[in-house]
Design a protein around this ligand. Structure first.
Ligand code: IPM
Ligand code: MG
Length: 360
C-alpha cells in the first residue's frame, strides 16, 4: 500500500527528530511492503519567516489531502525569537491551533508510560515507581477555552480580559465515546476529569459521561475533580488507565503525567479526527537550546509514527514492530543524553534512529 504523509518538521529540534521518524517508517516500509510518500509542509516559526503567517491555507490543504500528518515541533523562545514580537494570532503556536481546528482533530491521545528500564528517571518515591504506570490521557482538543471568544477591553476605566469556556453535548459525547472505545482495548477503566463542583460545562460533561457509560457495561467509570486528579497523578499514578478531560485540564494534566515518567523525550501523541486522518507529534516541544546539535531524543517522534501506523493506517503489526524495537533499544542500554545513566551507551539523535532501525 502507498500512504501519503504530510511532514511538518517545524522549528528547533523538529527537523532532526522528524528525519529519524521517517528513517524508521522507511525501514517498516521495506520490511512490510509499504510505500510512504512525504510532502514537506511549513508550520510555526519557519512558516512565519517564509510567508509571514504560521500556517498558510495551502499548507493546511496539503495536510488535509494527506493520509496523515507527522509533526516535529513548533515554537521558539519568547524574548529571543522575533516571532514573539508579532500579535498572538501570528505567532508559531497559532499554527498548531489552526491545524487542530482546520483538520477537526478533536481527540488528543497522550500515553504516559513508565518504562521499567527508565524507572530511575521517575521523580516519584521508589515505592510508587516500582508499581509502574501506564495511562492514556484523552484530551478534548478543539473546544473549550482555547477556541471560545476572547477579548481584552476597558470596562469602566479598568482593563478587563474575558476568555469563554463553551462545550456543547455533541462535542463532549464524541470525545467521551473515543475514550471508552480506547478503554475497551486496554484495562477497561475510564476516569473522567472535571470541575463539576464549580463549572456548568463540567456538570454537562459529567451528565454525558454517565449517558455514554451505559453503552459500555464492561468499563469501570469514575468522575474525578481536576484538583484531586493533579494530586492522584503523583500519589498513585498506577490507578489510571484512560483519563478523559476537556482541553485546558488536559493540557495541564498531560504535562504532569509526562513529567512523572521522568523522560518527556519518550512520550508520543496522536490527534485524531472523525475519520482516519490524524496528526502525530511528540509530547515535548521544540527545545531550541539543543537544536541542530544531533542531541535530541527522537524516540517520542518515532513512537508517534507508530501511533500513525496504528490509528490512521490500521497497521497494528507494523506499529508493534516499532514499539518492540524501542523497548529492545532500551534493554540494550542505548540512550540519548536526556535519558543517559551510568553503564549505558550514549548515542546521538541519528544514532538512536539507526539503533531502532537495526532492531526492526
Ligand atoms: C500542547 C501545547 C499547546 C497547547 C500550546 C503550544 C498552544 O502546550 O500541545 O500541549 O496548549 O495545546
Ligand atoms: Mg501543553
Amino acid at each position: 500500500m502507498k500512504y501519503q504523509i504530510a511532514c511538518i518538521p517545524g522549528d528547533g529540534i523538529g527537523p532532526e527528530i522528524v528525519a529519524e521518524a521517517k528513517k524508521v517508517l522507511d525501514k517498516i516500509g521495506s520490511k512490510f511492503g509499504h510505500e510512504f510518500l512525504y510532502t514537506e509542509v511549513l508550520m510555526g516559526g519557519v512558516s512565519i519567516d517564509a510567508y509571514g503567517v504560521p500556517l498558510t491555507d495551502e499548507a493546511l490543504e496539503t495536510a488535509r489531502k494527506s493520509d496523515a500528518v507527522l509533526l516535529g515541533a513548533v515554537g521558539g523562545r519568547v524574548g529571543v525569537d522575533s516571532w514573539y514580537d508579532l500579535p498572538p494570532h501570528l505567532r508559531p503556536e497559532a499554527g498548531l491551533l489552526a491545524i487542530r481546528k482546520g483538520l477537526g482533530l478533536f481527540a488528543n491521545l497522550r500515553p504516559s508510560y513508565l518504562y521499567p528500564e527508565l524507572k530511575k528517571a521517575c521523580p516519584l518515591k521508589e515505592s510508587i515507581a516500582d508499581a509502574g504506570f501506564d495511562m492514556m490521557i484523552v484530551r478534548e482538543l478543539t473546544g473549550g477555552l482555547y477556541f471560545g471568544n476572547r477579548e481584552t477591553k476597558e470596562v469602566d476605566g479598568v482593563m478587563t480580559a474575558v476568555d469563554t469556556l463553551t462545550y456543547n453535548e455533541n462535542e463532549i459525547r464524541r470525545i467521551v465515546v473515543k475514550a471508552f472505545d480506547i478503554a475497551m482495548k486496554r484495562r477497561k477503566k475510564v476516569t473522567s476529569v472535571d470541575k463539576a463542583n464549580v463549572l456548568d460545562s463540567s456538570r454537562l460533561w459529567r451528565k454525558i459521561v454517565a449517558e455514554v457509560a451505559k453503552d459500555y457495561p464492561e468499563v469501570t467509570v469514575e468522575d474525578m475533580l481536576v484538583d484531586n486528579c493533579a494530586m492522584q497523578l503523583v500519589k498513585d499514578p498506577a490507578q489510571f488507565d484512560v483519563v478523559v478531560t476537556e482541553n485546558m485540564f488536559g493540557d495541564i494534566l498531560s504535562d504532569e503525567a509526562s513529567m512523572v515518567t521522568g523522560s518527556i523525550g519518550m512520550l508520543s501523541s496522536a490527534s485524531l479526527s472523525e475519520g482516519k486522518l490524524g496528526l502525530y507529534e511528540p509530547s515535548h516541544g521544540a527545545a531550541p537550546d539543543i537544536a541542530g546539535q544531533n542531541l535530541a531524543n527522537p524516540i517520542a517522534t518515532i513512537l508517534s509514527a507508530a501511533m500513525m501506523l496504528r490509528y490512521s493506517f490500521d497497521l497494528d503489526q507494523e506499529a508493534d514492530a516499532v514499539e518492540a524495537a524501542v523497548k529492545q533499544v532500551l534493554k540494550d542500554g542505548i540512550r540519548t543524553v536526556d535519558i543517559m545513566t551510568e553503564g549505558c551507551t550514549q548515542v546521538s539523535c541519528s544514532g538512536m534512529g539507526d539503533a531502532i532501525c537495526d532492531r526492526i
